[in-house]
Design a protein around this ligand. Structure first.
Ligand SMILES: [Zn+2]
Length: 216
């Protein structure tokens, strides 16, 4: 069962990466069929097998030998590993993490992400909370959406704040503090940090680390 879940996970990881590529290049999620981003040659079936194809091709396009981003391979393996932890009690959180993982991939490429992700993840985190918590969360989320674009030089993106808000609801204050601490440390370790960095990828890497690492 673990192996089947891992295989499913690698497929989802591969699909999320492809969808993020389509978002970044502003192309349709459906057309054209999977192709090399450099030479545009459509990929054969054997070049579309998650994890295996990347290893067989040694991270390069079969036709033009352009390197395939390692993110593809890392994403396939990571989502594969995450899905092995699937359990009725973790399914909602896994969907939440998958959606934010997709947002992080988009953020890494374009420093933006599809706005619907914030809305789609809210019901997942609010499920089971009291009406007061739901009302407070919706007020904060709406405030972020309305007020943030008016702040000229925000220290954080609105997406980062929205992900933090939902992490807080899912895992509580202490877990959120250590999660943000790890994400910030990873971001600071970046060697040539530009003035503006995409922070969602670090938040997601940190969330995956805390998910997969045994409790300390
Ligand atoms: Zn190529």
């Amino acid at each position: 069962m673990t192996i089947i879940l891992f295989i499913y996970g690698t497929c989802i990881g591969s699909w999320l990466t492809a969808m993020a590529d389509r978002y970044a290049t502003n192309t349709s999620p459906f057309y054209p069929a999977s192709h090399c981003d450099t030479c545009q040659t459509p990929l054969a079936h054997w070049q579309l097998v998650p994890v295996c194809s990347y290893l067989l091709l040694r991270g390069r396009c079969h036709y033009c030998h352009a390197s395939i981003p390692a993110t593809t391979f890392i994403m396939e393996v990571t989502v594969g590993l995450l899905l092995t932890t699937l359990h009725p009690t973790t399914s909602t959180r896994l969907i939440w993490l998958g959606l934010w993982g997709f947002a992080a991939l988009c953020d890494a490429r374009t420093q933006t992400f599809p706005g619907w992700i914030s809305y789609a993840t809210l019901p997942l985190v609010l499920w089971g909370h009291t009406p007061l918590v739901v009302l407070l969360t919706l007020t904060v989320a709406l405030s972020i959406r309305v007020l943030w674009p008016h702040w000229r030089h925000p220290l954080l993106g609105d997406g980062d704040l929205e992900m933090m808000l939902s992490y807080l609801l899912l895992w509580g204050m202490t877990a959120t503090a250590r999660w943000v601490l790890l994400a910030s440390t990873l971001a600071l370790l970046q060697r040539s940090a530009p003035r503006r960095i995409a922070f969602l990828p670090y938040l997601v890497i940190s969330a995956v680390c805390w998910w997969l690492l045994p409790e300390v």
